[in-house]
Design a protein around this ligand. Structure first.
Ligand code: GDP
Length: 290
């Protein structure tokens, strides 16, 4: 049975302050130091109801803020674990979706996609801690291949062609539709996509289009904001402003929050947390797929 991560609808505005130390301090301060009767059950705060991504295995009313990964809206639940990358092997480059490896063991995979220059190769290299597993591209859109990497001999990371390159010939842009969409529509072993969004530039329509396309086709995805080390982005805008604008733009299109996480391949921000998030999606998928 194919089970995809549930589609994620209403994407709330980003407010990292929601996850600030003061929130934890409030929680900690309410812990009694001497035995007292347990407090009456409290309704979940609005944040939990509206903004967090709550994974399988977690009930909404049992979420506490220390279950939320830093710099994200992702709650970590009982399926999380085994997030270390111990080995990585390049498996295959495929020029067509139908040429992608068929794994007799049915091992699950995550697809990484985003606009050209979003930092996809850098993020993949950072996740697997190798300098050149995914060669950092210098010529946007040059290679239109689907690259499979086997991690820990148990799951795949799939590097998809970048989209929306400014200088690519029209044929290359068109190819993305047939080629990458073909991959998504026919890949039973896909657990989830990681949709990379460059936090150092204002929201781009093509990223929203991509997110909408994935949503329409019931393909689970996580927004991975890249380059979050760049405090000041172009045109004097802070990265935070870009993120908030991005989330505001898509908030109308979703009824439940998609998972999102801030990363930097320069500082390593979000790397371990993203792997932990992927582990819970993967372990749940492993259990559910017959
Ligand atoms: P790709 O085309 O999506 O594979 O993007 P690359 O990984 O080749 O990165 C594009 C450019 O962005 C390169 O100049 C990288 O050095 C830079 N870059 C990638 N990730 C980061 C990051 O996290 N922070 C910063 N400051 N620059 C980054």
């Amino acid at each position: 049975m194919l089970l995809r991560v549930r589609p994620f609808p209403s994407f709330p505005p980003l407010s990292t302050s929601r996850f600030s130390a003061s929130t934890h301090a409030t929680t900690a301060a309410s812990s009694p130091t001497t035995p007292t009767p347990p407090p009456p059950p409290q309704p979940a705060p609005p944040l939990v109801e509206t903004a967090l991504y709550i994974p399988p295995g977690v009930a909404q009313d049992e979420v506490s803020m220390d279950m939320v990964l830093p710099g994200s809206n992702i709650v970590i639940g009982p399926y999380a674990g085994d997030a270390k990358v111990k080995s990585v092997e390049f498996v295959k480059s495929s020029a067509k979706a139908k040429d992608c490896p068929r794994d007799p063991l049915g091992r699950p995979e995550f697809a990484v996609l985003g606009r050209s220059n979003v930092g996809k190769s850098s993020l993949i290299n950072s996740l697997v801690r190798k300098k050149e597993v995914a060669l950092t591209s210098k010529k946007p859109g040059k290679t239109q291949l689907i690259n499979h990497f086997l991690i820990n001999k148990s799951w795949y990371l799939v590097d998809l062609p970048g989209y929306g390159f400014a200088h690519a010939p029209r044929s290359a842009k068109t190819d993305w539709s047939a080629f990458t969409k073909g991959y998504f529509l026919n890949r039973d072993s896909l657990v989830s996509a990681l949709l990379l969004v460059d936090s150092s530039v204002p929201p781009q329509q093509i990223d929203l289009d991509c997110a909408n396309w994935l949503g329409r086709n019931n393909i689970g995805f996580t927004f991975v904001f890249t380059k979050c080390d760049k405090v000041r982005a172009s045109k004097g805008k802070r990265s935070d402003d870009n993120l908030k604008k991005f989330q505001d733009l898509i908030s109308d299109h979703y009824q439940e929050p998609p998972p999102w996480i801030m990363t930097s391949s320069v500082t390593g921000l979000g790397r371990d947390d993203l792997l932990l998030h992927m582990s819970q999606l993967r372990n749940y998928w492993d259990q559910e797929v017959v």
